[in-house]
Design a protein around this ligand. Structure first.
Ligand code: SF4
Ligand code: SF4
Length: 440
């Protein structure tokens, strides 16, 4: 496909950044955490502990030899109550290590990793347990170890955070700015990337100003702030690459093939901190908001804490929650119970009342073309919907449904309230299934 525009189409999905000015609060250690062994895209980990074992905060509790994986560490000190299987937010039956906290937070001893070359950097990145923290949960060490390493010339640190409500990345920029710079410089060094950009939407002027000042004061060369329009979905990886570099990244093409690596800003800050301390990923900053939450705020939470415990820390529910999302309102995932537990890649918990979660009744398409107009990639959501409803796999292929990134912009602008992005998702699944069957 061809990206024909100078700036890809974006929409005003509202900002609702209610918690942007609030300092992050640290949640007390909950009585019990349930840590999923499926924290990343790829292979799940195998538990390395058993019922009755004592574990320290930061201790390795899960790992696997499978390629696409990262290790998992305990977020608390305490005793392993058992290994459980539970239905996850993604719908699968996942394995969880259940730990009763002793409240002492006794920590595994760590030292800063010694990095002398690129393989050592990659080894440290894997050992840290880092996955894409913007929601993608892709193992970071795999992303930073592309086959064509010599071709990588650009690092983009993604501080766009374009989903409404979410401000956790913004707080990372304000509260952990030095870690962001340290992480970005280390990444650039070991990628041997000549150009580095911290891409930030222009509704976060205080973050833009802060980084510009620090970069000048610290004499950092080749790392620049790249302001973006505060529109949705500027933070989507393929959109961001085009905005910053002008390079077109089609679905299925790795950014590395274009010489670019994109790193979420919170992932970058984590790496900056890890290289100084050796402390693995066990706690996560996330935004808790929505009209059903008594005191919306940004919270630092232990991975494996229940959504219920996190919301209790925010004053509990002030209204009956009808819909609870992990992630933002455009691309987040609705969960069936607040007993679900926090994953590494969670960046928000949003709880909405029936009033705010109400979905207007779908009506007939009026052929207004707004869905097409709203699509960053010039796709044809109405045609996808027709092809999906007729189960026409070839038409879905011809229309390039696989280019759809399920951003939800088309559904958002549709006056007939058609669930277009959802139909695209089902259409993509139909094509994948047909391809799988053809391979068989
Ligand atoms: S969901 Fe897909 S078709 Fe709809 S606007 Fe986003 S990329 Fe385009
Ligand atoms: S925006 Fe909705 S009503 Fe308008 S053409 Fe697209 S599907 Fe039809």
């Amino acid at each position: 496909m061809i990206f024909r525009k100078k700036h890809l189409t974006s929409i005003d999905a509202g900002h609702y950044k209610n918690t942007a000015d609030q300092q992050t609060e640290v949640m007390p250690v909950p009585a019990v955490v349930k840590i999923s062994m499926s924290e990343n895209i790829g292979a799940p980990c195998k538990p390395l502990v058993k019922k009755g074992d004592y574990v320290k905060k930061g201790q390795l509790i899960g790992d696997t030899d499978a390629f696409l994986s990262v290790p998992i560490h305990s977020s608390v000190s305490g005793t392993v109550l058992g290994i459980e299987t539970m239905r996850s937010a993604m719908g699968g039956n996942d394995t969880y290590v259940v730990i009763e906290s002793d409240g002492k937070q006794e920590e595994e001893e760590t030292t800063a990793p010694v990095i002398e070359d690129q393989p050592a950097f990659i080894k440290a990145m894997r050992a840290s347990g880092l996955v894409g923290l913007g929601g993608a949960s892709f193992p970071s060490w795999v992303k930073f170890n592309p086959k064509n390493l010599v071709d990588i010339d650009t690092l983009i640190v993604n501080g766009a955070e374009c989903e409404p409500f979410i401000t956790s990345d913004h707080r990372t920029m304000l509260e952990d700015a030095q870690d962001v710079l340290d992480g970005a410089q280390a990444m650039m060094k070991w990628l041997q990337a000549e150009n580095g950009y911290i891409a930030i939407e222009n509704n976060k002027q205080n973050a833009i100003d802060k980084f510009n000042k620090m970069i000048v004061e610290q004499g950092i060369k080749n790392l620049h702030v790249f302001p973006l329009q505060a529109r949705y979905p500027k933070g989507a990886e393929r959109v961001l690459i085009y905005e910053v570099t002008g390079k077109q990244c089609d679905a299925g093409v790795l950014p590395a093939a274009l010489g670019v690596i994109v790193s979420n800003i919170t992932s970058t800050a984590f790496m900056g901190k890890y290289l100084k301390t050796g402390k693995p990923l066990t706690w996560k900053r996330l935004t808790v908001d929505g009209d059903a939450v008594a005191n919306p705020k940004n919270v630092l939470v232990p991975i494996g804490a229940s959504v219920h415990d996190v919301i209790e820390f925010c004053g509990g529910y002030k209204k009956e929650p009808r819909k609870i999302l992990m992630g933002g309102p455009m691309m987040g995932r609705a969960i069936y119970s607040d007993e679900q537990t926090i994953l590494k890649a969670n960046n928000a918990i949003l709880a909405f009342s029936a009033e705010q979660a109400a979905i207007p009744e779908e009506t007939a398409c009026i052929n207004c073309g707004r869905c097409h107009e709203a699509c960053p990639f010039d796709l044809l959501p109405t045609k996808f919907a027709d092809a999906y409803q007729h189960k026409d796999v070839q038409a879905l292929r011809d229309l390039q449904v696989m280019q759809c990134m399920e951003c939800g912009s088309c559904s958002y602008v549709c006056p007939a309230h058609r669930p277009l992005a959802f139909m695209n998702k089902l259409g993509k699944a139909m094509v994948k299934e047909a391809d799988k069957n053809a391979r068989k």
